[in-house]
Design a protein around this ligand. Structure first.
Ligand SMILES: Nc1ncnc2c1ncn2[C@@H]1O[C@H](COP(=O)(O)OP(=O)(O)OP(=O)(O)O)[C@@H](O)[C@H]1O
Ligand SMILES: [Mg+2]
Length: 275
């Protein structure tokens, strides 16, 4: 996925968004017949060929599918990093598909939280500074924002690491900084692209537990993953195939708990082997 924290935005100086109410059951995202084609010299690639689904507030969706099925294309559209060729994409009551580039940049920096496989932290910045990055684009930085960044760092278990730089942190700690950063602008939803792809099983579990907690607190999460064990932790699994929705299934509460138990057992077995 393109990195929105380094993509230029044109909304420096806009005012703070009102806090969003989470977990009201209203659709956070609604897409209808979303299509995306890439026109190349010799051919047109139909990456998404008409995808429709709703994501209610408080949902936790894993997007899966084979390579080339359109996952990253869909994530780029959901993240307002790219525009669909046709179709509708509602965030609340706003049709994002009709927005100008400036409006897209604005909504992206104010209302969407991004978490990437490779963390995408700024190496020269401390933990607290990295968490505040979404606000740099908005020219909104003061003592209140600094305090919010410190509170977010503490809430993801990094209270003792506030002045560390990414190089001085483990992969799991870096991803926790990225998750805290994604929450800085009180987003409509968190978009995670293979967020555990670079992490070992123990650290993956740590990050998935953090997602569980954030979701229990009402945060809407949409993640792309290749791993069945990761998708098994979400509330719902949407599968793409050849640019179309192949299936959309709910994970029962029991199956999610079973997946969590299985992952804990795997980690224990791993730890015992190491002793
Ligand atoms: N910028 C682009 N220009 C042209 N074609 C593209 C572009 N981006 C993606 N595609 C094509 O669109 C299709 C869907 O690609 P996409 O990256 O969304 O797949 P994916 O499901 O994320 O795959 P992977 O699991 O390998 O990351 C592919 O055929 C890909 O080659
Ligand atoms: Mg991809």
């Amino acid at each position: 996925m393109v990195d929105p924290y380094t993509v230029g935005t044109s909304n420096i100086g806009t005012t703070a968004a009102a806090p969003v109410s989470h977990a009201t059951g209203a659709p956070a995202v609604s897409i209808r017949e979303l299509k995306k084609s890439y026109v190349l010299k010799s051919e047109t690639v139909h990456a998404l060929r008409g995808v429709s689904f709703d994501v209610p507030e408080g949902d936790y969706v894993a997007i899966m599918g084979p390579s080339g099925s359109g996952k990253s294309t869909l994530l780029n559209l959901l993240g307002c990093l790219d525009k669909p060729t046709s179709g509708n994409f509602f965030l609340g009551s706003d049709d994002v598909a009709q927005m100008s580039d400036d409006e897209l940049a604005d909504i992206r920096s104010r209302r969407i939280g991004f978490v990437f496989q490779s963390y995408n932290l700024i190496q020269q910045y401390t933990v607290v500074e990295n968490i505040q990055v979404p606000l740099y684009y908005q020219g909104r930085l003061g003592p209140a924002e600094q305090k919010r960044a410190i509170d977010l760092a503490s809430s993801v278990g990094l209270a003792e690491r506030l002045d560390h730089r990414p190089m001085q942190l483990s992969g799991g700690q870096q991803q926790r900084v990225a998750i805290a950063r994604s929450l800085m602008n009180d987003p409509y939803f968190i978009l995670a692209d293979e967020a555990t792809g670079n992490l070992d099983s123990v650290t993956t579990e740590e990050i998935l537990s953090l997602f569980d907690r954030l979701n229990a607190e009402g945060r809407t999460i949409i993640m792309v993953t290749h791993e069945d064990e990761v998708a098994a932790r979400a509330k719902r699994v949407v599968r793409l195939r050849d640019g179309l929705l192949a299936s959309d299934r709910i994970n029962s509460q029991e199956s999610r708990e079973e997946a969590r138990r299985r992952q804990h057992e795997n980690i224990l077995a791993l730890a015992q082997r190491k002793l």
